[in-house]
Structures are given as structure tokens and as C-alpha cells.
Design a protein around this ligand. Structure first.
Ligand code: HSE
Length: 394
């Protein structure tokens, strides 16, 4: 369902890797229908195109359905109908999984089929399955990820080649990395849904993505990059989740990362997810984070898993019970600030700071000591002409 970038990638992989997939799945996976509003004249799937999802719902020959349409509706209605008819579903749609994941998992369980979504986070990187099946002996205490390929590509090009924001966004769109509406990428909404999914999986409850403070990269300028260079750091859009007592604290924001940070060297469209487990220690999942074939590869991996478990539900622990996230204002950080204010004003507000000179006239940068978000916001109120604030990743 959906013959866009990812959907057409799935069809291509089923064609190119047909034999090896048949061997692993136990029988060939035959593509029977392609649901799309468009026609695709001359495309190898031209004769498979249908426009009404009920054609698929009502065909008992269809065992496995792939949803790559994006967005919550009509994807939710279609996916729910497929599961209720006893068809397995895999999706790359993080908006759908973040909003309805727990419910669709329950519906799949009730109908003895599977709802899988490996491609919804980290493109082609296996991260969902490792969290759900390999790290089950651990309490996951931290997940920090670069989980949006578009913005990582943009920040890398802006930092390394001095590229302009709009121009490099167009390149990311042309490469098939960006969402249909790229606001979801650049404003951090896509990363927010992905960290909500990962946090739900490690706690087994429903994390509401609306509770996660989210900032994107639209306010990052060439001047900020000069300060990052002066500090020997890079700016990356991070999606973070840390265990606090019985719950987690989450945030999506651009951070300054030093060279010793495990995500410092993750560039271009690559994604990486750092995971800390209480027994496992530290681990990193790294790879192609967006784009046609990497994302489609994760979808096809789910199809093979479903073909191998055609009469069996694989139990996933993600219940509908909501998780109340910890108050993000109590989270501690060090902060970087750019301002046109005087040193007297800065020191009156923050007392101890470390100044950063990036050679920008009429302004100064400084780094605070570690303090809570609430404390930082209160102190910042008495500093005039604030031009940028960023967090430092520890
Ligand atoms: N727009 C997303 C990204 C696609 O850039 O990461 C992969 O989920």
C-alpha cells in the first residue's frame, strides 16, 4: 500500500533478491497488488495497481501486507482492516506506529498475525528487533540517537561545505530522504516519533510523542556552526531518552557534541542509535538511516519474518497503558548561549561561565556549568539580546 520511494524499493528488492528471499522465507513471496492513487504506466508493477484497499482486504490469497503510504490516515484504517482480516502487516510509517503502535500490536495478537515495523526507526538499521529480542535481559537506561537522515545530511553539508539550508534540503528531498512534507524532518517531529517508539518498546508502555519537548534545526545558522568549530564540536539533532526512576525523560533538540561522543562522527544520511543497558553496557547501531533501498530492506526483512511465522503471533511487549514521562525541566545539562549582552550582565546571571570566541563581531558565546533546564531558563531571562541557545551532549 503506497508505491512511493519505499514502496517501489520493496517491489525492487522482491524482484532482485527473489531467490534468496524465497529460500529464507520457505516459499517465494509473490507481489499480488500495489495500492496507489496513481497508475505507473510502463512500471514493472503496472498490471498490479489497484485503487481500492478493499480489493486487498477481501482477497484470501493475500497473507502479508506492506504499508508505506505514510501519515496516520488513511494508513490506520487500511492497516486495521488488514489485521482484522487475519493478514500480517509491516510498515515503515513512524507517524502511524508512534500514534497507534500499541493498539495495532494488540489487534494483531487478537487475530494471531503480526504487526511489525523495523523500518519505522533508523531506515535500514536493525534496531527494533535487537531491542525486542536481543536486549531483553537488560534494563535499557539510555537511548540517544541520530534518527533523522534528512537533518543529519543537511547539518553535515552545512558544516563541511558551508551549504545553504534551503539548497541542501532540496538535495535531501531529491535523494528520497525527506518526508512528503519536510517540515516533519527539519522541525524534529519525525525524530520525536522515533524516540517515542523506541522508548515505548523499552518500557513496554505507550509513550505519547506529544509529551516530548521537540526542537528542530531550522534555527541553526552558519554563525552557530562557526562557534561549534571554535569549540571543536559539531551540531547534531539528537533524540534522547534516559531512565529516571520508574520512567524516562525524553527530548529532541540540536546538541553540541565533542569528538569523544560516540555520535560525533555519524555524518550524511547515516543514522546511529547509542544504547546503554544496565548489564550490556554501551552499544551502537549504525547504518543507512533513510532512502529507498535501505528502508525497503528493513520492510522485506519483516516480510520474511512474517512468512516464517505465518500461523503464529510473535509476542511484542508494548501495551496501551500510557507512560507518564519525567518532567523535562528537571533534566540537567550544560548550555551554550550566544548573546549581544555584556560580560557583566552574563556573569550577574550565570556567575561561572566559559567564554567562546568565534571571531563574530558584537556578540559573545559562553558555556554554563551544569544546571537544570528550569534553572537555565530562569537565569537566561535576565540576559538581553540572546541569539541562540544549544545544549551540550554529555
Ligand atoms: N525522513 C526520514 C529521515 C526518513 O530523513 O530520516 C526515514 O525515516
Amino acid at each position: 500500500m503506497g508505491y512511493g520511494t519505499i514502496g517501489s524499493g520493496v517491489a525492487e528488492i522482491l524482484r532482485v533478491n527473489r531467490d534468496v528471499i524465497a529460500k529464507r522465507a520457505g516459499e517465494p513471496l509473490e507481489l499480488k497488488y500495489v495500492l496507489d492513487l496513481r497508475e505507473f504506466k510502463g512500471d514493472p508493477v503496472e498490471h498490479l495497481i489497484v485503487h481500492d484497499y478493499e480489493t486487498i482486504v477481501n482477497d484470501p490469497e493475500v497473507d502479508i501486507v506492506v504499508e508505506t503510504m505514510g501519515g496516520v490516515e488513511p494508513a490506520y484504517t487500511f492497516v486495521k482492516a488488514m489485521l482484522e482480516k487475519g493478514k500480517h502487516v509491516t510498515t515503515s510509517n513512524k507517524a502511524l506506529v508512534a500514534e497507534k503502535g500499541a493498539e495495532l500490536i494488540r489487534i494483531a495478537r487478537e487475530h494471531k498475525v503480526n504487526f511489525l515495523f523495523e523500518a519505522s526507526v533508523g531506515g535500514g538499521i536493525p534496531i527494533i528487533r535487537p531491542l525486542l529480542s536481543s536486549l531483553t535481559g537488560d534494563v535499557v537506561e539510555e537511548i540517544t540517537g541520530i534518527v533523522n537522515g534528512t537533518t543529519n545530511y543537511m547539518l553535515t553539508k552545512m558544516a563541511k561545505e558551508g551549504s545553504d539550508f534551503d539548497e541542501v534540503l532540496k538535495e535531501a528531498q531529491a535523494n528520497g530522504y525527506a518526508e512528503k512534507d519536510p517540515t516533519a524532518d527539519v522541525e524534529g517531529h519525525d525524530a520525536c516519533r522515533k524516540i517515542a517508539i523506541l522508548t515505548s518498546l523499552v518500557c513496554g508502555q505507550q509513550v505519547d510523542y506529544r509529551d516530548i519537548p521537540t526542537e528542530g534545526i531550522t534555527k541553526i545558522s552558519a554563525t552557530d556552526i562557526k562557534y561549534a568549530n571554535a569549540l571543536g564540536k559539531v551540531i547534531k539533532l539528537l533524540a534522547r531518552s534516559k531512565k529516571v526512576g520508574d520512567t524516562y525523560v525524553c527530548r529532541v533538540a540540536p546538541y553540541l557534541l565533542g569528538p569523544s561522543h560516540p555520535l560525533h562522527h555519524v555524518d550524511d544520511v547515516f543514522n546511529a542509535i547509542f544504547v546503554h543497558g544496565n548489564m550490556f553496557g554501551d552499544g551502537m547501531f549504525y547504518g543507512s538511516g533513510a532512502g529507498k533501498l535501505p528502508t525497503a530492506s528493513a520492510v522485506v526483512g519483516d516480510m520474511v519474518a512474517m512468512a516464517k511465522h505465518i500461523d503464529k503471533n510473535i509476542y511484542l511487549e508494548w501495551e496501551e497503558e500510557p507512560l507518564i514521562l519525567s518532567n523535562p525541566n528537571q533534566q540537567e545539562n550544560t548550555f551554550f548561549v550566544r548573546t549581544g549582552a555584556s560580560k557583566e550582565e552574563i556573569e550577574a546571571a550565570f556567575y561561572h561561565v566559559e567564554y567562546v570566541d568565534a571571531g563574530i563581531p558584537d556578540e559573545i558565546g559562553f558555556i554554563t556549568v551544569k544546571m537544570t533546564e528550569a534553572d537555565f531558563a530562569r537565569k537566561l531571562e535576565s540576559v538581553t539580546d540572546v541569539r541562540q541557545t544549544l545544549r551540550l551532549a554529555d
